[in-house]
Design a protein around this ligand. Structure first.
Ligand SMILES: NC(=O)c1ccc[n+]([C@@H]2O[C@H](COP(=O)([O-])OP(=O)(O)OC[C@H]3O[C@@H](n4cnc5c(N)ncnc54)[C@H](OP(=O)(O)O)[C@@H]3O)[C@@H](O)[C@H]2O)c1
Length: 330
């Protein structure tokens, strides 16, 4: 996309502000830069970004932890999630107009990036803003909301009355997972740190367990779904607390977890890996849930655009409540 824009005549190049990395490393490698405005393809929308949702994946890219799967050479613009206003519409896009308020996500592994004033986003990666959400609340939603929905519904086959345990329930994915599991009618046990127990029950978790005092794998309870959001537990240690047909779901796609998934394909208790899929229908589903007040975003940290480094440092601390958001336009 950027290469294409660079080929435009000089007069047509505007310079948007973006945050790029030219090297992998600590938060100091985050660099404000002027970049050519993106030019949307026929199936894309050009969006003026108002807010950016931070995900742990952003600093994993920055640190070079996923460099093997990054298709583009540095520099790249970081980030996935955004909300903003449509300022131009590709010729093949039917359902949007200039001025629409949207939220969505791009595939960071394709080298696209949302830490910018403008983004060219495929229309299939976008939905209109929930009417009852601010730009900041909507920017928090895409990746974490999709992950929570797809884990519970598609990997866990969640049903009314099931017992669901969520490990890492206070963070981005976890706080949506509590609400989505309640939406499906589950009995929800949230595992979080001592400072977040009330937060979890405020989100309607039926029980909240302090992981500094309780090891869930030693409980007498049996769960239909264990969603290990934080990725610090594994299937084998969770087996004793799974129901005979229970499912363990992890966000950590390690070799061992893939092996467990294959080995448990035809067994009662199953191990499943989550790989979030950017899916238009699910973005619209999240919007519907938000508008019906079945889910809400908790923005636990709001930073100005220029303070992306501080925002990522808070995300890296792994002890946050809800989501961290960068404000580009107020
Ligand atoms: N595979 C995928 O498709 C996919 C999609 C989205 C995210 N992810 C991954 O999922 C992970 C979580 O993402 P996120 O956005 O939810 O992260 P996050 O917002 O940083 O949340 C982390 C949460 O984990 C809790 N935590 C820390 N130590 C814990 C422990 N020992 N036991 C239980 N909870 C603990 C923290 O709460 P306390 O303060 O209460 O400790 C914090 O709220 C990340 O690694 C991310 O990259 C994967």
């Amino acid at each position: 996309m950027i290469l294409k824009v660079l080929q435009r005549p000089q007069a047509a190049i505007y310079k948007m502000k973006a945050i790029v990395i030219r090297h992998f490393g600590s938060k100091e490698v985050l660099e404000p830069a002027e970049m050519p405005d993106p030019e949307p393809d026929e199936d894309e929308l050009l969006v003026r970004i108002h807010a950016i949702g931070i995900n742990p994946f952003d600093w994993k890219v920055r640190k070079g932890l996923v460099r093997r799967v990054l298709p583009k050479k540095l520099p790249i613009i970081l980030g996935q999630d955004f909300s903003g206003e449509v300022i131009s519409v590709g010729s093949q896009v039917g359902d949007y107009e200039i001025g629409d308020r949207v939220f969505g996500t791009v595939n960071a592994l394709k080298g696209e990036g949302s830490y910018a004033e403008l983004i060219a986003a495929p229309a299939k990666n976008v939905a209109t803003l929930p009417a009852n959400m601010s730009f900041e609340e909507a920017a928090a939603l895409p990746t974490a909301g999709l992950a929570a929905l797809q884990a519970l519904r598609d990997k866990g086959n969640i049903r009314n009355g099931m017992d669901v345990l969520i490990n890492g329930a206070a963070g981005g994915v976890g706080h949506y997972a509590i609400q989505i599991a309640k939406f499906f009618g589950a009995y929800v046990t949230a595992v979080c740190g001592p400072e977040n127990l009330d937060f979890a029950t405020d989100l309607c978790a039926d029980e909240a367990l302090d992981y500094t005092k309780v090891d869930y794998t030693k409980l007498k309870s049996r769960y239909d779904i264990i969603f290990d959001v934080i990725g610090n537990r594994n299937f084998r240690e969770s087996v004793p607390v799974l129901q005979p047909k229970g499912v363990f779901i992890t966000t950590k796609p390690t070799f061992r977890n893939y092996l467990q998934m294959l080995l448990t394909r035809f067994t009662g208790k199953k191990s499943r890996n989550l790989l979030m899929d950017i899916n238009e229908d699910d973005l619209w589903e999240l919007k519907k849930m938000a508008e019906a007040e079945q889910i809400r975003s908790h923005v636990g940290g709001l930073f100005p655009f220029e303070q992306a480094g501080e925002a990522q440092a808070l995300s890296e601390s792994a002890h946050l409540r809800g989501k961290i958001v960068l404000q580009v336009l107020s």
